[in-house]
Design a binder for this molecule. Structure first.
Ligand code: NDP
Length: 502
């Protein structure tokens, strides 16, 4: 079968990159090429932004319930094609098939949820302080949105950005991660088939660096919605800040599971194994730290090592596989580089720590599920995002120390606590400096109807998903209508015994 050629989608047409250059999309389980991809550059970005700007007026005036109908149709298609999309996702970025189905389902859920906003988008109508005067607020689209996404949730994360942007009347230039162009193409095809007018959504494929800078600083882009690493996020935030663009960043995490001495240790173990090694540890919410009370640490570590040893590495398409490959050879080297870093700082590898160099696994980008012990809170493995199947166990002597250690990193995305003590659970919920908190569940598993995002260096104060998403993709407009037929001066003494406002 011929290798598919993935192209840009600009102004309703599938087109080559202006340079005609391409790059390869690889299966991380085998290293095989699964597609060739347009390598876009500045001129492609210019065309995509111009197309989005041209489409903006008609789209913002298109009735929002009708926009919602297009999104519903897209959701229906995703549902119908769920298995096919999941299999392509596993081939493209390696996560095991059951998790790939979950990723597609999250995209479907988000699409349906946001489609409903076509008939809501509530503003306020409030009493005015002067007679015969009307006061209300409505949402307006921001304009052209640059949606820049990572590879770890290749369908779900793009829907978190594109769907709310569209329902609010924005047009979009979508720049997906270079490791997952195939799923990006599929999402755009689905929205095209659902009836999205030309120019409303444009796709530009290619490497982040130059292309990304060009997109982010383009005068025709009003809002940048970015999910990815903190380094790239801070670079984008700097450019956007200088140009006074709207910028929403969802960035890295160093999430932790706290296990207190009254916890159900076996339940905690299930949560740790799933949160640390699911998606090969490449979730922004992955549990890369376990903060264990000294009273249970020995038991917990012993059982965790046993569970990690049993996890089967392999292609995500095999039903027997527990842990798939990491996304690329460079990511594999990066993850693995943390093993000597940990050992040099005094940590011990309790299990894993190797790259399989023989047999079928040697062809792909696999790393053994790894548990590090003797870890101190200030070590690099306890502070830096590793983004691979590696978790570090830190021992503490109680809830106070657990919360202190939890909050000791620069990130603040997700955390969890296992305890049967309701007082400790509530203290934790209050004092954890993270955007997401779980009690007696792992650090992963967010639902799309609540806000998603983090505190501190995990972002810049915005949230995705839930109703919070609407705040990112719209501007508030406050409207006053005076139907008194005379000049009424608000915020002044009106001379009629009325109040004096500020
Ligand atoms: P990167 O920051 O490397 O890349 C993210 C996206 O940005 C990619 O599309 C990339 O393109 C693009 N990009 C790179 N450089 C630039 C630039 N100068 N201007 C504009 N765009 C650019 O992150 P990863 O893809 O490696 O994703 C992993 C990271 O994402 C982790 O840190 C993880 O924690 C975080 N993440 C956060 C989530 C959250 O909600 N908080 C959710 C999921 C992931 P290209 O691929 O071509 O390099």
């Amino acid at each position: 079968m011929a290798t598919p050629q993935l192209r840009n989608y600009i102004d309703g047409r599938w087109v080559e990159a202006a340079s005609r250059e391409t790059f390869e999309d690889l299966d991380p389980a085998t290293g095989e090429v699964i597609a060739t991809v347009a390598r876009s550059s500045g001129p492609d970005v210019d065309r995509a932004v111009e197309s989005a700007r041209r489409a903006l007026d008609a789209w913002r005036l298109y009735p929002a319930p009708k926009r919602g109908e297009i999104l519903y149709r897209a959701g229906e298609t995703m549902l119908r094609r769920k298995e096919e999309l999941a299999r392509e996702m596993t081939r493209e970025m390696g996560k095991v098939i059951a998790e790939a189905r979950g990723d597609v389902q999250e995209g479907i859920d988000m699409t349906y949820y946001i489609a409903g906003e076509g008939r809501r988008q509530f503003g306020d109508v409030v009493p005015a302080e002067l007679p015969n005067k009307w006061a209300m607020s409505t949402r307006s689209p921001v304009g052209v949105v640059a949606a820049i996404t990572p590879w770890n949730f290749p369908l779900a994360i793009p829907t978190w950005k594109i769907m709310p942007a569209l329902i609010l009347g924005n047009t979009v230039v979508f720049k997906p991660a270079s490791y997952t162009p195939l799923l990006a193409v599929r999402l755009v095809e689905i929205l095209e088939e659902a009836g999205l007018p030309k120019g409303v959504l444009n796709l530009v494929l290619g490497p982040g660096g130059d292309l990304g800078d060009h997109l982010v600083s383009h005068p025709g882009v009003d809002l940048i919605s970015f999910t990815g690493s903190s380094d790239t996020g801070s670079h984008i935030g700097e450019i956007g800040g200088r140009l006074l663009k709207r910028v929403s960043c969802e960035l890295g995490g160093k999430n932790a599971i706290v296990v207190l001495d009254d916890a159900d240790v076996d339940l905690a173990l299930d949560g740790i194994v799933w949160s640390a090694f699911g998606t090969s540890g490449q979730r922004c919410t992955a549990a890369s730290r376990v903060i264990a009370h000294k009273g249970v640490a020995g038991d917990l570590i012993g059982k965790l090592v046993g569970r990690a040893k049993k996890l089967r590495l392999g292609s995500g398409l095999e039903p027997t596989t527990d842990v798939g490959p990491v996304v690329s050879s460079s990511q594999l080297e990066r993850v693995h580089s943390y093993i000597p870093i940990a050992e040099k700082e005094g940590a011990t590898v309790a299990v894993g720590g190797h790259i399989p160099r023989e047999g079928a696994l040697a062809k792909g980008f696999f790393h053994e599920p790894t548990v590090l012990v003797d870890v101190k809170p200030n070590m690099r493995v306890a502070q830096e995002e590793i983004f691979g199947p590696v978790t570090a166990v830190i021992e503490v002597s109680g809830i106070d120390e657990a919360i202190k250690v939890l909050n000791s990193t620069k990130y603040g995305l997700s955390c969890s606590i296992y305890t049967r003590n309701v007082n400790n659970a509530f203290r934790f919920m209050r004092d954890a400096e993270t955007g997401i908190v779980y009690v007696n569940a792992g650090t992963i598993g967010a639902e799309i109807q609540l806000p998603f995002g983090g505190m501190k260096a995990t972002g810049n104060g915005h949230r995705e998903a839930g109703r919070a998403a609407l705040e990112v993709y719209s501007e508030w407009k406050s409207i006053y209508v005076d139907y008194s037929g005379k000049l009424q001066r608000a915020q002044m003494d009106n001379g009629e015994g009325g109040k004096t406002a500020l």
